[in-house]
Design a protein around this ligand. Structure first.
Ligand code: AGP
Length: 598
């Protein structure tokens, strides 16, 4: 949801460093991109609507850009369409102050009215543009740059990570409220960004800013303060993953790379946490966690993982419910001693943060189940439980959904010590290898090819395979732009069946041979009777293959783990469908990886 970057001290490499950083942040938005260079008593701004390569093309024809202090931005539009004018950075009337911003300034209209009444002229439709004008007004009133920046920020209501450069100062000013911001500390240079990959190539030393904090960065130093300018001591953390982890490693798309990374990601998630000899699970981060009841709050793919997790916890005897975070934040159910678990890959999703904050305000114990060490959610919740999937760049979540499912199994097991399910533990041990088998042998590409002219795709499943159906449909719609819906298999006959035709393939996940499988096969027969093609995702423990036009196999395993495996097949169907339709797989239209606005 917009990415910002800044650097000081990179000398002649400043421009390249910014463009490199923006390429690593494009997953956060790709409606426009821009940079501002400062340092020679002037500010030079270049910005273009469209993806980063449009900006690069524009920069390629210019040899006159210089400056050793820089900021950059990649945009996901909130205020105003994606045009050159609305692209960041934005400047004040004199062109001597430039600002980039991630977030939403809720009171921008009244600020703009006030500034325009004072003679300030605006060039864009954005909320952000008020910031450089506010700084300008403070400077005109006699404030120092540092005071002017803090005074301007003090006027803002809403969410922001903001970086600001002035033509005649040797530093970058930054501020954070409700949007992520991390500092990078090099040997003789400093960085700021919405996310670590933007500068990971240059340093692994980072400082995470918290809400209400300001920072000033110089080539040879940095300082974090509060709104009054009083210094705040911050700890420096070391990033454990390598820069290569954020590259494509030869794959056509990050999504495909990340699908193929799942065996490794799941091994990392399980490492040291499952005790095969004892048949139980040990998660030190979850020690002392007594789960009387659980509310899982999440959005999108993470919500589907939360639905899956709620079923695991209920099966373990712990009342649990999954909630859309945005709904929970405005109308939480009675807590009744519930522990509130925020499920979020990024740990920065505004809706989910709003829900965990509301839970904290009401006095609940909170747990962040996330992929992102140092994320806002991890720092704000009472406990953090990491899924250890490694960086995920593709907008479509893949390996982190599998990581969330796996971690939720560990949570459910850790919450019921002494009741360990030995079969589950050995199935989890085999999980990475079983995912690899699917990746090596999947027929998903042929399935994608067979149904490229479909009118719509329907996904069905029961029990643990219901969230798999929801996730299968979300993946299909977000990257292929084709209509897709996921249903609890039993719900089909209560309305959606009216949509089923010979042009609507139904992808049915049927694992095991119990009651759920038998009933879902009944639903498969219902759609088959309406001429719908059927794709069965199955371990062949039932005879669903008899009724299917295509079969996507998953190795036989524990039912909980089967749901993780089935999803891998559905990821591949969506990927190949989108690839064959020529879609922008890693950067689907209108979307961004990390949704940091409500
Ligand atoms: C998944 O493919 C989507 N990109 C989206 O639904 C995502 O899962 C959702 O925005 C929540 O993100 P989070 O896990 O980072 O909180």
């Amino acid at each position: 949801m917009c990415g910002i970057i800044g650097c000081v001290g990179r000398g002649d490499d400043t421009l390249d460093t910014l463009v490199h950083g923006l390429s690593k942040l494009e997953y956060r938005g790709y409606d426009s991109a821009g940079i501002a260079l400062a340092g020679n008593g002037s500010i030079q701004i270049r910005k273009r609507a469209g993806e980063l390569d449009r900006l690069e093309e524009a920069l390629g024809s210019e040899n006159d850009l210089s400056g050793t202090i820089g900021i950059g931005h990649t945009r996901w539009s909130t205020h105003g369409p994606p045009t050159d004018e609305n692209a960041h950075p934005h400047a004040d009337c004199t062109g001597s102050i430039a600002v980039v911003h991630n977030g939403i300034i809720e009171n921008y209209q009244s600020l703009r009215d006030e500034l325009e009444a004072d003679g300030h002229e605006f060039e864009s439709d954005t909320d952000t543009e008020v910031v450089p004008h506010l700084v300008e007004a403070e400077l005109d009133a006699g404030a120092s740059p540092d005071e002017a920046f803090r005074a301007a920020i003090d006027r803002l209501e809403g969410s922001f990570a903001i970086a600001c450069v002035l033509d005649d100062s040797g530093s970058v000013f930054v501020a954070r409220n409700d949007s992520p911001l991390v500092l990078g500390l090099g040997e003789e240079e400093t960085y700021l960004a919405s996310d670590v990959p933007a500068f990971r190539e240059f340093t692994d030393q980072v400082v995470y800013l918290s809400d209400g904090e300001f920072a000033e960065l110089w080539a040879d130093g940095w300082r974090v303060t509060d709104a009054s300018g009083d210094r705040i001591e911050k700890s420096i953390e070391t990033i454990s993953w390598d820069p290569e982890d954020t590259g494509k490693s030869g794959y056509d798309h990050f999504m495909l790379k990340e699908i193929h990374e799942q065996p490794r990601a799941l091994r990392q998630c399980l490492r040291g946490r499952v005790n095969e000899l004892e048949g139980d699970v040990t998660v030190p981060e979850l020690d002392d966690l007594e789960l009387e009841r659980v509310h899982l709050v999440a959005a999108g793919t993470s919500y589907h993982a939360a639905v899956y997790g709620s079923q695991l916890l209920c099966a373990a005897g712990i009342p649990a419910q999954a909630h859309y975070a945005h709904e929970y934040a405005i109308s939480p159910p009675p807590l009744e001693n519930a522990t509130v678990v925020g499920v979020s890959q990024s740990g920065e999703t505004a809706d989910t943060l709003a829900a965990t904050r509301e839970a904290r305000r009401l006095g609940a114990e909170t747990l962040a189940l996330t992929n992102t060490v140092g994320s806002t959610m991890a720092r704000e919740c009472d406990k953090a439980f990491y899924i250890r999937s490694g960086p995920e760049i593709g907008v479509a979540a893949t390996k982190t959904f599998a990581g969330q499912q796996t971690a939720l199994n560990l949570l459910a097991e850790a919450a019921t010590p002494g009741l360990g399910d030995r079969d589950l533990v050995s199935a989890l041990r085999d999980l990475p290898g079983n995912v690899q088998e699917i990746l090596d042998e999947s027929d998903a590409e042929a399935v994608a090819e067979a149904y490229l002219d479909a009118d719509a795709y329907f996904f069905i499943g029961r029990g643990l395979n219901f969230p798999v159906a929801l996730e299968g449909a979300l993946k299909m719609k977000e990257i292929s732009y084709e209509h897709a819906e996921g249903f609890a298999a039993g719900e089909l006959k209560h309305g959606p069946l009216a949509l089923v035709t010979s042009k609507t393939p139904v992808l049915a996940t049927v694992t095991g041979d119990g009651e759920f499988a038998r009933k879902t096969i009944g639903n498969v027969k219902e759609v088959e009777a309406r001429d719908a093609p059927v794709v069965a995702v199955t371990d062949r423990r039932s005879d669903v293959a008899r009724y299917a036009d295509h079969v996507l196999d998953v190795p036989g395993t524990h039912p909980r783990v089967a749901a993780i495996l089935a999803n891998v097949q559905l990821q591949l169907v969506s990927y190949h469908t989108a690839a064959k339709l020529g879609r922008s797989i890693d950067k689907p239209r209108n979307l961004a990886k990390s949704v940091t606005v409500e």
